[in-house]
Design a protein around this ligand. Structure first.
Ligand code: GLU
Length: 281
Protein backbone atom coordinates (compact mmCIF):
# COMPACT_ATOMS: atom_id res chain seq x y z
CA UNK A 1 0.00 0.00 0.00
CA UNK A 2 2.70 2.43 1.04
CA UNK A 3 4.80 1.43 -1.96
CA UNK A 4 1.87 1.99 -4.28
CA UNK A 5 1.37 5.46 -2.92
CA UNK A 6 5.01 6.23 -3.26
CA UNK A 7 4.95 5.06 -6.89
CA UNK A 8 2.00 7.30 -7.59
CA UNK A 9 3.76 10.26 -6.04
CA UNK A 10 6.90 9.52 -8.04
CA UNK A 11 4.93 9.28 -11.27
CA UNK A 12 3.12 12.51 -10.46
CA UNK A 13 6.34 14.38 -9.73
CA UNK A 14 7.90 13.02 -12.91
CA UNK A 15 4.98 14.53 -14.84
CA UNK A 16 5.43 17.85 -13.05
CA UNK A 17 9.15 17.75 -13.75
CA UNK A 18 8.55 17.06 -17.44
CA UNK A 19 6.17 20.01 -17.60
CA UNK A 20 8.64 22.24 -15.82
CA UNK A 21 11.42 21.21 -18.18
CA UNK A 22 9.36 21.88 -21.29
CA UNK A 23 8.27 25.23 -19.83
CA UNK A 24 11.93 26.14 -19.33
CA UNK A 25 12.75 25.09 -22.87
CA UNK A 26 9.90 27.23 -24.26
CA UNK A 27 10.81 30.15 -22.02
CA UNK A 28 14.39 30.22 -23.21
CA UNK A 29 13.36 30.78 -26.81
CA UNK A 30 11.62 34.06 -25.99
CA UNK A 31 14.55 35.16 -23.91
CA UNK A 32 17.39 37.12 -25.37
CA UNK A 33 19.94 34.50 -24.50
CA UNK A 34 22.91 35.36 -26.68
CA UNK A 35 25.95 34.31 -24.73
CA UNK A 36 24.11 31.24 -23.50
CA UNK A 37 24.49 27.68 -24.65
CA UNK A 38 20.70 27.32 -24.85
CA UNK A 39 18.51 25.47 -22.36
CA UNK A 40 17.77 28.72 -20.52
CA UNK A 41 21.30 29.23 -19.25
CA UNK A 42 23.12 32.54 -18.99
CA UNK A 43 26.89 32.73 -19.22
CA UNK A 44 28.52 35.26 -16.93
CA UNK A 45 32.20 36.22 -16.83
CA UNK A 46 33.91 36.47 -13.44
CA UNK A 47 37.39 36.10 -11.97
CA UNK A 48 38.27 32.70 -10.51
CA UNK A 49 41.20 33.60 -8.24
CA UNK A 50 40.31 36.81 -6.41
CA UNK A 51 39.19 36.06 -2.83
CA UNK A 52 36.26 38.24 -1.70
CA UNK A 53 35.42 39.23 -5.29
CA UNK A 54 35.39 36.26 -7.63
CA UNK A 55 36.77 32.96 -6.40
CA UNK A 56 36.32 29.35 -7.41
CA UNK A 57 36.20 27.31 -4.19
CA UNK A 58 37.80 23.87 -3.96
CA UNK A 59 34.32 22.25 -4.26
CA UNK A 60 33.74 24.08 -7.57
CA UNK A 61 31.29 26.66 -6.19
CA UNK A 62 31.90 30.40 -6.52
CA UNK A 63 32.09 33.17 -3.92
CA UNK A 64 32.72 36.89 -3.76
CA UNK A 65 31.14 40.30 -4.18
CA UNK A 66 31.22 40.14 -7.99
CA UNK A 67 29.63 36.70 -7.85
CA UNK A 68 26.83 38.03 -5.61
CA UNK A 69 26.31 41.07 -7.86
CA UNK A 70 26.27 38.83 -10.94
CA UNK A 71 23.81 36.42 -9.32
CA UNK A 72 21.49 39.28 -8.30
CA UNK A 73 21.64 40.85 -11.77
CA UNK A 74 21.04 37.51 -13.51
CA UNK A 75 18.06 37.02 -11.17
CA UNK A 76 16.60 40.34 -12.32
CA UNK A 77 17.14 39.26 -15.94
CA UNK A 78 15.03 36.17 -15.20
CA UNK A 79 17.64 33.51 -14.43
CA UNK A 80 17.76 31.40 -11.28
CA UNK A 81 21.17 30.69 -9.72
CA UNK A 82 21.03 27.18 -11.18
CA UNK A 83 20.75 28.68 -14.66
CA UNK A 84 23.97 30.69 -14.34
CA UNK A 85 27.10 29.30 -15.91
CA UNK A 86 30.18 31.15 -14.66
CA UNK A 87 33.06 31.51 -17.07
CA UNK A 88 36.57 32.70 -16.17
CA UNK A 89 37.36 36.02 -17.83
CA UNK A 90 40.92 37.10 -17.06
CA UNK A 91 41.77 40.80 -17.25
CA UNK A 92 43.23 40.65 -20.76
CA UNK A 93 40.37 38.53 -22.15
CA UNK A 94 37.35 40.57 -21.15
CA UNK A 95 36.79 42.74 -24.23
CA UNK A 96 37.23 39.79 -26.58
CA UNK A 97 34.96 37.52 -24.52
CA UNK A 98 32.17 40.10 -24.86
CA UNK A 99 32.82 40.80 -28.55
CA UNK A 100 32.74 37.07 -29.35
CA UNK A 101 29.55 36.58 -27.32
CA UNK A 102 31.20 34.01 -25.01
CA UNK A 103 29.35 35.59 -22.10
CA UNK A 104 26.25 37.78 -21.73
CA UNK A 105 27.89 40.05 -19.18
CA UNK A 106 31.05 40.37 -17.11
CA UNK A 107 31.29 41.22 -13.39
CA UNK A 108 35.01 40.87 -12.76
CA UNK A 109 36.61 43.90 -11.04
CA UNK A 110 36.16 45.48 -14.47
CA UNK A 111 36.94 49.20 -14.39
CA UNK A 112 35.02 51.50 -16.71
CA UNK A 113 37.52 53.38 -18.90
CA UNK A 114 37.21 55.40 -22.11
CA UNK A 115 39.58 53.02 -23.86
CA UNK A 116 37.42 50.02 -22.99
CA UNK A 117 34.22 51.91 -23.81
CA UNK A 118 35.40 52.02 -27.42
CA UNK A 119 35.08 48.20 -27.47
CA UNK A 120 32.36 47.29 -24.94
CA UNK A 121 29.43 48.90 -23.13
CA UNK A 122 29.17 49.17 -19.35
CA UNK A 123 26.34 49.21 -16.84
CA UNK A 124 27.02 50.66 -13.41
CA UNK A 125 29.27 51.57 -11.72
CA UNK A 126 28.50 49.33 -8.73
CA UNK A 127 31.72 49.80 -6.70
CA UNK A 128 34.52 52.34 -6.43
CA UNK A 129 37.95 50.90 -5.60
CA UNK A 130 41.46 52.39 -5.73
CA UNK A 131 44.79 51.12 -6.97
CA UNK A 132 47.16 50.25 -4.15
CA UNK A 133 50.32 48.28 -3.37
CA UNK A 134 50.75 45.06 -1.44
CA UNK A 135 54.17 44.40 0.06
CA UNK A 136 55.74 42.17 2.69
CA UNK A 137 55.25 43.31 6.30
CA UNK A 138 58.91 44.38 6.64
CA UNK A 139 59.08 46.21 3.29
CA UNK A 140 60.12 49.87 3.14
CA UNK A 141 58.13 50.52 -0.06
CA UNK A 142 55.56 53.10 1.02
CA UNK A 143 54.69 55.24 -2.00
CA UNK A 144 54.44 55.04 -5.77
CA UNK A 145 57.90 56.47 -6.52
CA UNK A 146 59.51 53.86 -4.25
CA UNK A 147 58.68 51.33 -6.96
CA UNK A 148 61.16 52.71 -9.49
CA UNK A 149 63.92 50.13 -9.89
CA UNK A 150 61.94 47.56 -7.87
CA UNK A 151 60.40 44.31 -9.07
CA UNK A 152 56.68 44.84 -9.32
CA UNK A 153 53.97 42.41 -10.41
CA UNK A 154 50.63 43.13 -12.05
CA UNK A 155 48.31 41.60 -14.62
CA UNK A 156 48.29 42.00 -18.39
CA UNK A 157 45.35 44.02 -19.66
CA UNK A 158 44.66 45.71 -16.30
CA UNK A 159 44.43 49.41 -15.59
CA UNK A 160 46.88 48.71 -12.74
CA UNK A 161 49.71 47.73 -15.10
CA UNK A 162 48.91 50.63 -17.44
CA UNK A 163 48.91 53.23 -14.64
CA UNK A 164 52.31 52.05 -13.42
CA UNK A 165 53.88 52.37 -16.85
CA UNK A 166 52.23 55.67 -17.75
CA UNK A 167 52.25 57.62 -14.50
CA UNK A 168 52.91 55.98 -11.12
CA UNK A 169 56.38 54.44 -11.60
CA UNK A 170 57.51 54.18 -15.25
CA UNK A 171 60.94 52.97 -14.11
CA UNK A 172 59.64 50.05 -12.09
CA UNK A 173 60.69 46.62 -13.29
CA UNK A 174 57.14 45.51 -14.10
CA UNK A 175 56.41 41.83 -14.51
CA UNK A 176 53.02 41.19 -16.10
CA UNK A 177 51.28 37.85 -15.59
CA UNK A 178 47.81 36.45 -16.34
CA UNK A 179 46.23 36.53 -12.87
CA UNK A 180 46.75 38.20 -9.51
CA UNK A 181 47.22 34.91 -7.65
CA UNK A 182 50.44 34.42 -9.67
CA UNK A 183 51.63 37.84 -8.47
CA UNK A 184 50.82 37.00 -4.85
CA UNK A 185 52.76 33.75 -5.08
CA UNK A 186 55.73 35.78 -6.38
CA UNK A 187 55.44 38.23 -3.48
CA UNK A 188 55.49 35.39 -0.97
CA UNK A 189 58.47 33.67 -2.58
CA UNK A 190 60.37 36.96 -2.90
CA UNK A 191 60.62 36.96 -6.70
CA UNK A 192 58.81 40.32 -6.70
CA UNK A 193 58.97 43.23 -4.21
CA UNK A 194 55.38 44.42 -4.58
CA UNK A 195 52.05 43.64 -6.22
CA UNK A 196 49.83 46.39 -7.54
CA UNK A 197 46.13 46.39 -8.32
CA UNK A 198 42.86 47.49 -6.69
CA UNK A 199 42.82 47.69 -2.88
CA UNK A 200 39.65 45.56 -2.89
CA UNK A 201 41.56 42.68 -4.53
CA UNK A 202 44.74 43.07 -2.46
CA UNK A 203 42.79 43.14 0.83
CA UNK A 204 41.14 39.85 -0.11
CA UNK A 205 44.46 38.12 -0.70
CA UNK A 206 46.10 39.60 2.43
CA UNK A 207 43.28 38.19 4.57
CA UNK A 208 43.59 34.61 3.29
CA UNK A 209 44.63 32.14 6.00
CA UNK A 210 47.76 31.12 4.14
CA UNK A 211 49.01 34.73 3.94
CA UNK A 212 47.71 36.11 7.26
CA UNK A 213 50.23 38.44 8.92
CA UNK A 214 52.70 38.31 6.00
CA UNK A 215 51.67 41.28 3.86
CA UNK A 216 50.55 44.89 4.26
CA UNK A 217 48.66 47.31 2.03
CA UNK A 218 50.30 50.69 1.45
CA UNK A 219 46.88 52.44 1.56
CA UNK A 220 47.71 54.88 -1.25
CA UNK A 221 44.55 55.35 -3.38
CA UNK A 222 46.65 55.67 -6.54
CA UNK A 223 43.62 55.75 -8.86
CA UNK A 224 39.83 55.57 -9.04
CA UNK A 225 38.56 52.23 -10.31
CA UNK A 226 34.85 52.40 -11.13
CA UNK A 227 33.65 48.82 -11.45
CA UNK A 228 31.12 48.35 -14.22
CA UNK A 229 29.32 45.38 -15.69
CA UNK A 230 30.60 44.82 -19.19
CA UNK A 231 28.25 43.87 -22.02
CA UNK A 232 28.66 43.52 -25.76
CA UNK A 233 29.03 46.84 -27.58
CA UNK A 234 25.62 48.04 -28.75
CA UNK A 235 23.56 45.88 -26.37
CA UNK A 236 21.89 48.89 -24.76
CA UNK A 237 18.78 46.90 -23.81
CA UNK A 238 20.90 44.73 -21.50
CA UNK A 239 22.75 47.77 -20.12
CA UNK A 240 19.40 49.37 -19.19
CA UNK A 241 18.15 46.18 -17.52
CA UNK A 242 21.36 45.73 -15.57
CA UNK A 243 21.34 49.37 -14.42
CA UNK A 244 17.80 48.87 -13.07
CA UNK A 245 18.92 45.65 -11.35
CA UNK A 246 21.90 47.42 -9.73
CA UNK A 247 19.68 50.26 -8.49
CA UNK A 248 17.34 47.71 -6.95
CA UNK A 249 20.23 45.80 -5.41
CA UNK A 250 21.25 48.96 -3.56
CA UNK A 251 17.74 50.10 -2.59
CA UNK A 252 16.59 46.73 -1.22
CA UNK A 253 19.70 46.28 0.94
CA UNK A 254 21.19 43.36 -1.01
CA UNK A 255 24.22 45.42 -2.07
CA UNK A 256 25.15 46.24 1.54
CA UNK A 257 24.58 42.60 2.56
CA UNK A 258 26.97 41.46 -0.17
CA UNK A 259 29.52 44.06 0.96
CA UNK A 260 29.35 42.94 4.59
CA UNK A 261 29.56 39.26 3.70
CA UNK A 262 32.45 39.52 1.24
CA UNK A 263 34.53 42.49 2.42
CA UNK A 264 33.93 42.05 6.16
CA UNK A 265 36.40 39.17 6.60
CA UNK A 266 39.14 41.14 4.79
CA UNK A 267 38.31 44.32 6.76
CA UNK A 268 38.17 46.14 3.43
CA UNK A 269 36.73 49.62 3.95
CA UNK A 270 34.80 50.13 0.75
CA UNK A 271 33.38 53.38 -0.60
CA UNK A 272 29.59 53.90 -0.44
CA UNK A 273 27.43 52.56 -3.27
CA UNK A 274 27.97 54.71 -6.38
CA UNK A 275 25.07 56.23 -8.32
CA UNK A 276 24.46 54.66 -11.71
CA UNK A 277 26.36 56.62 -14.36
CA UNK A 278 28.46 58.55 -11.82
CA UNK A 279 32.08 57.86 -12.75
CA UNK A 280 34.74 59.21 -10.39
CA UNK A 281 37.69 60.33 -12.53
N1 GLU B 1 40.02 47.08 -11.95
C1 GLU B 1 41.22 47.01 -12.69
C2 GLU B 1 40.97 46.66 -14.15
O1 GLU B 1 39.88 46.57 -14.57
C3 GLU B 1 42.22 46.04 -12.10
C4 GLU B 1 41.64 44.71 -11.70
C5 GLU B 1 41.56 43.72 -12.85
O2 GLU B 1 42.55 43.53 -13.57
O3 GLU B 1 40.51 43.12 -12.99
O4 GLU B 1 41.88 46.51 -14.91
Amino acid sequence: MFIMQLRKVTAASAAVLALALSATACGSSDKDDSGSSGGGKIKVGIKYDQPGLGLQEPDGSFSGFDVDVATYVAGQLGYKPSQIEFVQTKSADRENALARGDVKFIAATYSITDERKAKVDFAGPYLLAHQDLLVKKASTIAKGEDLNGKKLCSVTGSTSAQNIQQTIAPKANLKEVGTYSECIAGLQSGSVDAVTTDDSILAGFAAQDKYKGQFKLAGLKLSNENYGIGVKKGDTATVDKINKALEKMVSDGSWQKAVDKNFGPAEYKNEPAPKIGAIVK
